[in-house]
Design a protein around this ligand. Structure first.
Ligand code: RUB
Length: 308
């Protein structure tokens, strides 16, 4: 693999690049860099290399349908161009253009989503967030810039502590932020009136996957009438598979297995929130119910490759 694409893949695997949006953006970039620097004019070899590269990148994070959707579209376009007997340099030109289109789309959708997200913030709100979602963080930053007065609680999000970055980024723009250990969630929930979380995948029933612990938070919120819970996610995080696959990470992130002989260690990266627990899903086209999200996402995700 090309040095640059291989570095991006390493950073995605290690969570240096984390969060579904960034993983999709950088993973797609890695694919395009790899394919546009591939020096072989044989079409079959190019097609095979595209398939293998997409497979490797897709498998860096098992729960990443946004990246998978973009890669699948690029593979379909490559297959279409090869069928039309286009030379490799023409396909590579197309891929470079497609990268710019995808980067613009991601940025524009993000900007729109953040405006709808900031609309949900009201003066006096006390909001809980979990892990590190750029959709949530950017919405809170915009709300702060709009002059709204609110407080935020966040979890540190063991075992990889993505909550540390969330806390620092919010503190940096002087949002009132309090960070807590994850297991304090039963007490924190009593203090907040809104919960904002990201999403990594949304299935055909509108159930969604987000950082491990989201399920517990949603279930606690369900029992408290005064707490509303919203997930922030672009439509492209729709997961076409029958079932969302939950990424199982290295047990070493939790504890050194050598020191725990005979102990099985679980380290799932995500869990699933039932759609009925959600008050709404904030997207680039506005606030939707889980059912509306599924309908809109199914319409949006192209059946034909984007090149046609
Ligand atoms: C990150 C996480 C985020 C979603 C949404 O998990 O669960 O809430 O990915 O993020 P991890 P965004 O750190 O394991 O990638 O809003 O940035 O797409």
């Amino acid at each position: 693999m090309n040095k640059k694409s291989s570095k991006i893949c390493k950073d995605i695997k290690s969570l240096k690049i984390q969060g579904a949006h960034r993983v999709a953006r950088e993973g797609f970039k890695a694919f395009i860099i790899e394919m546009t620097s591939f020096k072989n004019s044989n079409q079959k070899t190019f097609q095979k290399h595209a398939k293998t590269t997409a497979y490797i990148i897709t498998n860096l994070r098992a729960t990443s349908p946004m990246l998978d959707n973009y890669l699948e579209d690029a593979l379909d376009s490559i297959n279409y161009l090869i069928k039309k007997k286009k030379p490799i340099h023409v396909i590579q030109n197309y891929l470079n253009i497609r990268l710019e289109e995808v980067l613009d789309e991601l940025k524009n959708n993000r900007n729109k989503l953040v405006v709808f997200g900031s609309d949900l913030v009201e003066n006096g709100d006390i909001i809980l967030t979990h892990c590190h979602s750029t959709s949530v963080i950017n919405s809170l930053i915009l709300a702060k810039k709009q002059g709204k007065k609110f407080k935020v609680y966040n979890t540190e999000s063991r075992p990889k502590y993505q909550g540390h970055d969330t806390a620092k980024e919010l503190a940096h723009i002087k949002i009132d932020i309090t960070m807590s250990v994850d297991s304090n969630i039963g007490n924190i929930i009593e203090k907040v009136n809104k919960i904002f979380i990201g999403a990594d995948a949304v299935d055909k029933n509108g159930n969604l996957a987000n950082k491990i612990g989201s399920k517990t938070i949603a279930e606690l919120a369900k029992n408290r009438k005064k707490v509303s819970i919203y997930s922030f996610t672009e439509l492209y995080k729709y997961d076409k598979r029958k079932k969302i696959e939950i990424e199982q990470r290295d047990p070493k992130e939790v504890a050194d297995p050598k020191e725990f002989k005979g102990v099985k260690i679980l380290n799932p990266a995500f869990d699933i929130i039932q759609h009925s627990y959600l008050n709404g899903i904030v997207t680039e086209i506005g606030l939707l119910t889980p059912k509306q999200f599924v309908q809109k996402a199914q319409n949006k995700i192209r059946l034909k490759p984007s090149i046609i």
